[in-house]
Design a protein around this ligand. Structure first.
Ligand code: FES
Length: 161
């Protein structure tokens, strides 16, 4: 999506998604999830389009986007790494993995490296508790992700992306 103004095809796609949910109660949330799925982020420039189409205020739409941490306000990196910080993974060293990742990548959780290669995110349980610390790399759930394995993942993912 363009930063200054979403192009016509994006606007048309947003309008098509709205049309598919027309009449649904609470349509905004599923529409935003579809936008995030399709584009990888939710451009603030589509807020007026959504507001007009759903007969909501821009503040309402903006409020929902910013309330849910699932919605990205900028494009993700080529590789997205989500590190589990829930209790079971914490008990086997998840926080050390998070600290290591932040140090190696030079970013904090929720940020993307300046070269656009990696986005680092946190998640609270991936359903892989028995194999913690767990991580999800571009949608693939991995277990036993300690600092050493994370380094190997970063080499593989950033070289291949
Ligand atoms: S607590 Fe980390 S996968 Fe469940």
């Amino acid at each position: 999506m363009a930063v200054d103004s979403p192009d016509t095809s994006v606007k048309d796609r947003v309008r098509a998604l709205v049309a598919a949910h027309r009449g649904d109660r609470g349509a905004l949330l599923p529409i935003l999830h579809r936008i995030q799925e399709e584009f990888g982020w939710v451009d603030q420039e589509i807020v007026p389009v959504l507001a007009a189409e759903l007969n909501l205020s821009r503040a309402d739409v903006h409020g929902v986007i910013t309330f849910y941490s699932d919605f990205r306000s900028e494009p993700a990196g080529r590789t997205t790494i989500k590190l589990c910080r829930a209790e079971a993974c914490q008990s086997v060293g998840a926080e050390q993995v998070v600290s290591h990742a932040e140090q190696v990548l030079g970013i904090k959780v929720g940020q993307t490296t300046s070269d656009g290669s990696v986005t680092l995110e946190q998640v609270f349980c991936l359903g892989n508790c028995a194999l913690g610390p767990a991580a999800q790399v571009n949608g693939r759930v991995l277990g036993r992700v300690d600092a050493k394995r994370l380094d190997a993942i970063l080499v593989t993912e950033t070289v291949s992306s």
